[in-house]
Design a protein around this ligand. Structure first.
Ligand code: NDP
Length: 609
């Protein structure tokens, strides 16, 4: 028996998920494992469909003339009626006022849903709409015919709504209907395309990624060496350190110990277990959320060390060596990750790291979710060793400042930097679950980029301000400190509420807390928020993050640009990241994404960019 019925390139009729509408689509590939066909609609939207949702073109009746019985509005109404939980019982009569009210509601809802135009335009895609009525559907609903006459200019919009079966109804019903559409779709699980080869290479392709593998560690070394100089001006290049001064086995041992201690904390059976977003094959991975507990345990361990007079400023004295050891460890981890990814099944590879070019895949990450048993390496590295390590480093800098400058209390600048960054880390760990909907987890593979980023860049570059302050004491006044604190709070508020809004919406779009938000439905079944923070700019969470980054640098004064490296780099990173995300979202959501961009024109900075 053949494993597939339709060949690549074949033009067939594909059922629109959650509806009885069929559209002309072209088969582009077939996944033997998930038994899903990837099909392309005429507007470029790609979906994965089950064989039962596909029919040959010949099985469709020719289109009838536009008689009243086959009017599009009628068909749409019978369709929605047949599966709408809120429809009135068949044959129930409406009073004239009810009918008028109903019509008004329809008109109002259609107008209000103008924002929510979905992916397909009938004129573009609906060339061969299924004209054979399914036997089970009901016909005849005069109210829709009246609507069609009254709202002629809105006809196209109405067609679109029909495709989504967004039958006009009261506001609350409307939202319910959109969600139910989504649920139907999720049940079918043809959510996203099965990973294929990565064609669009990012980061400058093979040469770019090769350069980055050399450039990133060199930058860390340069920044740390600069920071140790009395005059860390940009043009005052530090002397090259002697190679033997960069390595100490004891330091490497501490790095290993730290990594494995955090791994043990992560493995503890405390904290809830949650599901991640569906993978391309519809499967959901489980994750244990106990980052905050790991943080508490680490804090207790550090407290014990300090109690027994352990000199934490050892970290400050050997800071460059720690960074080098962490870099060596992340390189070894990346090599391991790449080797194991060669044996990973195709469907478990990252959509962005499957180019077939060694250096590119090594850098961007070949395997999406490498796991040893239930231990998810990427998820673990995202928030544990590096992020918690960053707080410990900051604390070590604070103690070093007090010791070196003989202070009984740390400087105000140091307190601000430590507190702001402490808040950022605690927030990330407290809302650890939210990381499951970020690009790093859902899209990027685990390779050198994330391993180095999580284990070296974050702890050693993000702590640059605290490191700088130890060698370059800066005095700020209380009013300045207050202003900077307000700035940080504003940034944090935007960052947190935007991330929570999106995360809650992705996890449970029917959450009553989100009832006031509007969104554009998309072909994948996910919506795109167009009100709230995500209606303000396209990446409000980046905006908040950048404002905080500025607040972290300001306590270091204006004598040198070095403490501002973070905010400058971070703007570049997030602008580039935003462009990457934009590209992915356009591929994922097609026209719906373009509509979102029209509705929300600014990417990160309102009225600027
Ligand atoms: P986001 O959390 O911003 O996620 C982007 C995804 O959100 C998109 O791919 C899309 O995914 C979804 N999305 C986009 N627009 C909408 C919308 N209108 N409605 C609903 N969903 C939408 O990406 P990141 O992973 O880059 O960032 C997460 C956080 O981490 C941010 O706060 C960022 O500032 C921070 N960050 C911090 C870094 C650091 O070094 N300190 C580095 C990088 C990020 P889909 O539709 O598939 O769900």
């Amino acid at each position: 028996m053949p494993s597939r019925k339709y060949a690549d390139g074949e033009v067939v009729m594909g059922r629109w998920p959650g509806s009885v509408l069929y559209y002309e689509v072209q088969v582009t590939s077939y996944d033997d494992v998930a038994h899903l066909y990837t099909v392309k609609y005429k507007d470029g939207t790609e979906l994965a469909l089950k064989e039962s949702d596909i029919r040959s073109q010949s099985s469709f009746k020719p289109r009838k003339s536009q008689s009243s019985s086959s009017s599009p509005s009628r068909r749409s109404n019978t369709r929605s009626r047949s599966r709408s939980p809120g429809r009135p019982a068949r044959g129930r009569r409406r009073s004239a006022s009810q009918s008028r009210e109903h019509k008004d509601e329809k008109k109002k809802t259609i107008q209000e849903t103008a924002l929510a135009l979905p992916v397909l335009k009938p004129s573009e895609n609906n060339t061969k709409r299924y004209n054979g009525e399914p036997e089970s559907t009901e016909k005849n609903d005069t109210s829709s015919i009246i609507l069609e006459q009254k709202l002629k200019p809105d006809l196209e919009m109405k067609h679109v709504l029909e495709q989504y079966s967004l039958r006009p109804r009261k506001d609350d019903r409307k939202k319910e209907e959109i969600y139910s559409e989504k649920k139907t779709f999720v049940a079918v699980k043809p959510v996203e395309k099965v990973p294929t080869k990565t064609k669009d290479l990012e980061f400058g392709g093979r040469i770019g990624t090769f350069m980055l593998i050399l450039f990133l560690p060199a930058t860390v070394l340069y920044l740390l060496s600069m920071c140790k100089q009395d005059d860390p001006s940009l043009l005052n290049f530090p002397p090259l350190p002697a190679l033997e001064s960069l390595w100490e086995w004891r330091v490497f041992g501490i790095i290993l110990l730290w990594f494995f201690l955090q791994a043990v904390f992560h493995l503890l059976p405390i904290g809830k277990v949650v599901e991640g977003l569906p993978l391309s094959n519809g499967r959901k991975l489980q994750y244990r959320i106990n980052g905050f507990y790991a943080f508490i345990l680490t804090a207790a361990a550090i407290g014990v060390l300090l109690y027994f007079q352990f000199e934490l400023h050892y970290l400050y004295d050997h800071f460059v060596q720690f960074a080098v050891s962490a870099a060596a460890f992340s390189l070894a981890l990346s090599i391991y990750l790449y080797i194991r990814s060669l044996k990973a099944p195709e469907e478990e590879l990252a959509p962005s790291g499957n180019s077939g070019y060694f250096i590119y895949d090594f850098f961007t990450g070949h395997e999406l979710n490498p796991r040893i048993g239930n231990f998810d390496l990427k998820f673990f590295c995202e928030l544990r060793p590096g992020l918690i390590g960053w707080v410990v480093i900051n604390l070590a800098m604070l103690l070093a400042e007090m010791k070196i400058h003989n202070l009984s209390v740390p400087s105000l600048s140091m307190i601000l930097v430590n507190s702001f960054q402490f808040l950022y880390v605690v927030d990330a760990l407290w809302f650890e679950e939210a990381v499951l909907t970020t690009m790093d987890i859902t899209h990027d593979g685990f390779g050198f980029m994330l391993a180095f980023g999580d284990l070296v860049w974050v702890p050693f570059v993000y702590s640059l301000q605290a490191f700088y302050l130890v060698g370059h004491p800066t005095t700020i006044t209380w009013p300045v400190a207050a202003a900077v604190t307000v700035l940080n709070c504003i940034g944090y508020y935007i960052f947190r509420s935007a991330n929570s809004q999106k995360n809650n919406f992705r996890r449970n779009p029917a959450d009553p807390k989100l009832a006031n938000l509007k969104f554009i439905p998309t072909a994948t079944g996910k919506g795109l928020l167009v009100t709230g923070w995500w209606g303000f700019v396209r990446h409000p969470n980046y905006l908040g993050d950048i404002i905080m980054a500025l607040a972290w640098s300001l306590p270091c004064g204006f004598n040198h640009i070095l403490p501002y490296f973070y905010v400058i780099y971070f703007i570049c990173l997030l602008v580039h990241r935003e462009a990457r995300d934009e590209h992915h979202c356009k591929q994922k959501y097609g026209l719906a994404w373009e509509r979102y961009c029209q509705r929300v024109p600014y990417r990160i900075f309102p009225y600027i960019y």
